[in-house]
Design a protein around this ligand. Structure first.
Ligand code: XUL
Ligand code: CO
Length: 434
């Protein structure tokens, strides 16, 4: 049975008027000697594609899901798997991501929930073998159930902490069972509503211990994929401890976890933190810790996590410049952590949404590659720092000078004459490629 009223989406080129085709994403076309699909490593989010009913705080869900009987039965969960793999096949996405409770029901009893999860995982494993689709990362949902209202690994209640640990233990195990390439921690409620009732120090110590136990367990069962932390400053909490790339890196260093974790950077989370996504990606990449990307975008007029599909080629270009600059993904990919607008409620809208995101990234990839091939942008930046390549500048970088020597240098060299930053010229240069 077909659940999406379309054939496999094909590349038809920029002149095509067929809305259900790719205009720019051509999976096997090479850019810089590497196929687009291997640069971009697109992933689909099970929670948005299969489980997001498109409700908002003011109204009920609108999404049409004729295949879903809305029950918490394992049968219903198993039926969704077929629909999801039809979706992956038709859209041509090779990777996917899930939370434990997206794929299988929360049954309010840990062993019953675990049994249900095992049944669905067995089916996912079969479908993966049949289709060649891969799990980019798995994760545990530690934020939806009321037991996690005060947090999970930062809950003030040790019984909740233990429950969360059990859930993560199982989620890592099923991720390994499915040959998952990574495992993500998004601290959905790892933060606070108010400091008036919060012991921040104890909560952070508990979180550090939790992640160390996760590392130990991964080692015990032979799960090698990296762990990712996904920064987000707020929502649902007032403040979340993993607020941005820099805060996450600091936390990982403080608790001795940096060797085991990379970051999964999400555009709309970076913007909620008051940064551009390019900023948070760059901070992560500089630390050698940029692992994966949750691709979406926010809305400049709405101050919350709207998780929209990325369509802005300027933004995808900026993202691809960072990714190409670090040599591309290893274990990570571009996971569309994005949902349709509430008004786009038909199954076919899932196709339009992903086509748009994939085409926007294909263009960003081509533009970023062309900018790098051209070389003028990189050359400008290199030249801007050239005074550090020799003489006193080289001594600064080598750590072989002192305030006393720099004072002598400043006294004898007089007022430095500055070069222009040429920001506008460079913005024009980037636009010339778009
Ligand atoms: C929430 C969010 C999550 C994580 C996985 O804002 O981004 O869906 O990606 O838990
Ligand atoms: Co995300």
């Amino acid at each position: 049975m077909q659940h999406f009223e379309c054939d496999k989406i094909q590349y038809e080129g920029p002149d095509s008027k067929n809305a259900l085709s790719f205009k720019h994403y051509n999976a096997t076309e090479e850019v810089g000697g590497k196929a687009m699909k291997d640069h971009l490593r697109f992933g689909a989010a099970y929670w948005h594609v299969m489980r997001n009913e498109l409700a908002d705080p003011f109204g009920a869900g609108t999404a049409q899901m004729p295949w879903d009987d809305k029950s918490d039965s394992v049968e219903n969960a198993l039926a969704r798997v077929d629909v999801f793999f039809e979706f992956l096949d038709k859209i041509g996405i090779d990777y996917y991501c899930f939370h434990d409770r997206d794929i299988a029901p929360e049954l309010n009893d840990l062993s019953a929930s675990n049994d249900a999860l095992d049944q669905v995982v067995a089916k996912l494993k079969e479908k993966q073998a049949e289709t060649g689709k891969k799990l980019l990362w798995g994760t545990a949902c530690l934020f939806a159930h009321p037991r996690y209202a005060h947090g999970a690994a930062t809950s003030p209640d040790a019984r909740v902490y233990a429950y969360a640990a059990a859930q993560v233990k199982k989620a890592i195990e099923v991720t390994k069972e499915l040959d998952g390439l990574g495992y993500t921690f998004w601290g959905g409620r790892e933060g606070y509503g108010s400091l008036i009732n919060t012991n921040m120090k104890r909560e952070l110590d508990h979180l550090g211990a939790f992640l160390h136990m996760a590392v130990d367990h991964a080692k015990n069962i032979g799960f090698e994929g990296p762990f990712y932390i996904e920064p987000k400053p707020r929502e649902p909490s007032t403040h979340q401890y993993d607020s941005d790339s820099a805060a996450c890196l600091n936390f990982l260093r403080e608790y001795g976890l940096l060797d085991h974790f990379k970051l999964n950077i999400e555009t709309n989370h970076a913007t909620l933190a008051g940064h551009t996504v390019q900023h948070d990606l760059t901070v992560a990449a500089n630390a050698g810790a940029l692992g994966s990307v949750d691709a979406n975008t926010g809305d400049t007029l709405i101050g919350w996590d709207t998780d929209q599909f990325p369509t802005d080629v300027y933004m995808t270009t900026e993202i691809m410049l960072v990714l190409l600059g670090m040599g591309g993904f290893t274990t990570g990919g571009l996971n569309f952590d994005a949902k349709r607008r509430r008004e786009s409620h038909e199954p076919i809208d899932l196709m339009h949404a992903h086509i748009g995101g994939m085409d926007a990234f294909a263009r960003g990839l081509k533009v970023a590659h062309a900018i790098r091939e051209d070389g003028r942008l990189a050359q400008f930046v290199q030249d801007r720092y050239s005074s550090y390549d020799s003489d006193i500048g080289a001594k600064i970088e080598a750590g072989t000078t002192s305030f006393a020597e720099l004072e002598q240098y400043a006294l004898s060299n007089g007022e430095p004459s500055l070069a222009s930053g040429r920001q506008e010229m460079l913005e024009n240069l980037v636009n010339d490629f778009i």
